[in-house]
Write a protein that binds this ligand. Structure first.
Ligand code: UDP
Length: 470
């Protein structure tokens, strides 16, 4: 590959493991399909890169490079007690001068043609325009969430009350209806900084030449069609892009050894993503719910926190085990396995013993469960996870959603009932059959002639056409 023939692209993510992992996997697919592409990944950082990101970056093909921007310090953020997404948002904005500098020096040696940005780093697209680069958004969440983000500036004008007080459900073109209280957490208080920031970000999406969405036609067909009809910029559904797993730390892990000894489809995997947390009260109810259900479980346990994204930016140093109810580990010995803080998720989901996934509905977790054919219990916590739960339960019907009481707590009896329904009930069986079909559709989308492969191919060729224009 001579330098002249190579298509050089820069990518910018945000300081959050799941976004970084997603855009890196995307980059791998991109350079695999377009072998003359070279990708330079740039990561803003809060304090230090997440350990899981460092592990993931250990093995990259030679046509992907990466660099971390100088870290922003958490204590220097103007709102260091704000929800994680706000901290991330502010840290990204503060990183823009160093991003401009890094992009400038990259351009002095490399003829970059385009920038692909995470939606939460989209001020970078303004910088891309200054440097005359094409600009795209890589969108880690669903197409339905992209539709909402594109619609938000109009929605903001149309609805004057809090969205959760709006009597009618929000009907995004081609999507399942969403109740106001199921909209993303940053939309729930319109006077809040989080809402102001997301509104600005959504307005800025119009800068993009196109959107690459981590979803696939089969599960969001109506949404895809509506997005393509109503937008002047191109929308490509190029997923499901998930973690290939098997980083050095996950090999031969103890919990996988435990799974090896269980019978097929017998274990419920319980995890709240890379930083989701429960209150102490909710943690108790979940522990007793697991006990009452009488089913096997593998639980990735984290120390409790009063905010649902309590470990998203910085993890607690407390030992999670000391927050479990007295005697829990003894009573569930042999039936349950507790892992603290982190587990090799895709390896667990692909294990024959795993028969269900109680998930916080982060989009990566949802896609991993779909790709690996594991029925879900939805337990959304923050960001757009409630919308994902609606899509999984009401749209795709591959998950059960427990009821939360008026204080927002799921009680032990309800938890046990839903777990049993998923693992051994009639409804669970129907879900298993349904998700098997979607699993096949996901695999098809990624085949050589599949919808997502074609879309990613089109993206590459259309971008090159743009570049040929005088
Ligand atoms: N993950 C993992 N082990 C854990 C927790 C999370 O490997 O113990 C991975 C998981 O497989 C997924 C990502 O971290 O790829 C979490 O992304 P998601 O979008 O589900 O949630 P978020 O972390 O953004 O809340």
């Amino acid at each position: 590959d001579s330098m002249a023939k190579t298509t050089h692209i820069a990518v910018i993510s945000i300081p959050a493991f799941s976004h970084q992992a997603s855009i890196v996997e995307f980059s791998k697919r991109l350079v695999h399909l377009h072998r003359h592409f070279h990708v330079y990944c740039i990561f803003p950082t809060i304090d230090a890169p997440p350990p899981a990101t460092l592990a993931m970056l250990e093995s990259l093909p030679s046509n992907i490079n990466y660099n971390f921007l100088p870290p922003v310090h958490k204590q220097d953020l103007s709102h260091d007690d704000a929800p994680s997404m706000v901290q991330i948002d502010l840290a990204v904005s503060q990183s823009m001068p160093s991003f401009r500098h890094m992009l400038g020096s990259l351009l002095s040696t490399t003829p970059l043609v385009a920038l692909i940005a995470d939606p939460f780093a989209n001020e970078a697209l303004e910088i891309a325009k200054e440097f005359n680069l094409l600009s795209y958004i890589y969108f880690p969440p669903s197409a339905m969430t992209l539709s909402l983000f594109l619609q938000l500036p109009a929605l903001h004008e149309q609805v004057s009350c809090e969205y959760r007080d709006n009597k009618e459900a929000i009907q995004l073109p081609g999507c399942v209806p969403i109740q106001g209280h199921d909209l993303p957490s940053h939309f729930q208080d319109r006077s809040n900084l989080a809402y102001k920031l997301i509104l600005e970000r959504c307005k800025r999406l119009s800068l993009a030449n196109g959107f690459l969405v981590n979803s696939f036609s089969n599960i969001e067909e109506g949404t895809e069609r509506a997005l393509q009809e109503h937008n002047s910029s191109s929308v490509y559904l190029i997923g499901p892009i998930i973690q290939t797993g098997l980083s050095s730390e996950s090999k031969g892990s103890e919990c996988v050894g435990w799974l090896d000894k269980q019978s097929p489809n017998s274990v419920l995997y319980v995890s709240f993503g890379s930083g989701g947390t429960l209150s102490q009260q909710q943690l108790n109810e979940l522990a007793f719910g697991l006990e009452l259900s009488d089913k096997k479980f593998l639980w990735v346990l984290r120390a409790p926190s009063d905010s649902a994204d309590g470990a998203y930016v910085v993890a607690s140093k407390d030992d999670p085990l000391k927050f479990l109810p007295d005697g829990f580990l003894e009573r569930t010995k042999g039936r349950g396995f507790v892992v603290t803080s982190w587990a090799p998720q895709t390896q667990i989901l692909s294990h024959v013993s795993t028969g269900g996934f109680l998930t916080h509905c982060g989009w990566n977790s949802a896609l991993e469960s779909i790709v690996l054919g594991v029925p879900m219990v939805t337990w959304p916590l923050f960001a757009e996870q409630r919308m994902n739960a609606v899509l999984l339960t009401e749209g795709l019907k591959v998950a059960l959603r427990p009821k939360f009481n008026e204080n927002g707590v799921a009680e032990r009896e309800e938890i046990a009932k839903v777990i049993k329904g998923l693992m051994v009930g009639e409804e669970g069986n129907e879900i298993r059959e349904r998700i098997e079909k979607i699993k096949d559709a996901a695999a098809d989308a990624l085949k050589e002639d599949g919808s997502s492969t074609k879309a990613l191919y089109q993206f590459g060729t259309q971008m090159e056409k743009f570049l040929e224009q005088p």
